[in-house]
Design a protein around this ligand. Sequence first.
Ligand SMILES: Nc1ncnc2c1ncn2[C@@H]1O[C@H](COP(=O)(O)OP(=O)(O)O)[C@@H](O)[C@H]1O
Ligand SMILES: Nc1nc2c(ncn2[C@H]2C[C@H](O)[C@@H](COP(=O)(O)O)O2)c(=O)[nH]1
Length: 219
Amino acid sequence: MAECGPNDSVNCSQQSSSNLLQMMYHDPKRWSYTFQTFSCMSRMRTHLQPPPARLLQSTGTPVQVYERSVYSDRYIFALNMFELGCINSTEWAVYQDWHSFLIEQFGHRIQLEGIIYLQASPQTCMERLGRRGRVEEQGIELDYLEKLHTKHEDWLVNKSTKVHFEHLAKVPVLILDAEVEFEKDTKIQNNLLTKRMDYFVWTVNIHKGSDECWTKAQI
Ligand SMILES: Nc1ncnc2c1ncn2[C@@H]1O[C@H](COP(=O)(O)OP(=O)(O)O)[C@@H](O)[C@H]1O
Ligand SMILES: Nc1nc2c(ncn2[C@H]2C[C@H](O)[C@@H](COP(=O)(O)O)O2)c(=O)[nH]1
């Protein structure tokens, strides 16, 4: 059985995270470090929570799936904000210091066993962003999404991003084609679901020897 965790970006308080998202997009130099602190803490809290009882009681090995993770927080968003000059070098050093410290302290409790990369072009993401129509996101430009796309490709496909955790470099990545429109196409949906289930079974088998009673994956 697989279950999605709560949407991390709204995990703490819907109101405060929405305001902070707006503040970050409005004045990124002032608010990016604060935003990454908040988002990373929120993601950490989510990863550390045990899965719901019904997941643990289900047959087979339960799989807990998160939308993003403490690793995409650092290697996608925070790194991008640093490279854009919205997080300064002192803030970046402080962020990396506490991020590494906490990840090492929590050890296997915060490790992922798999990553599912929903790959879509920045143009398609831009179009879907418009469709979703969040007011905070109205000013987002294609160039920003292109930078985020490059970060995903470098980390998950080209493997050229320097990661600081041994286990992370070895985490298997499943790449799914999310470019294709599947909202109303059950055939494509079933095809993607089958690939995802096969992947879950595979990662669960890899981790059968571990003392964890559930598997964690990021989507
Ligand atoms: N593969 C897809 N095919 C068709 N529509 C999609 C696809 N992916 C996302 N969308 C649409 O784009 C919008 C934004 O997508 P997404 O960011 O995944 O939504 P959410 O806000 O639920 O995280 C959604 O309203 C959804 O209807
Ligand atoms: N600067 C950051 N922005 C982030 C981060 N996590 C999410 N986001 C942005 C992207 C969207 O505009 C919005 C909601 O994201 P979804 O998860 O719903 O796609 O927040 C982050 O860590 N830093």
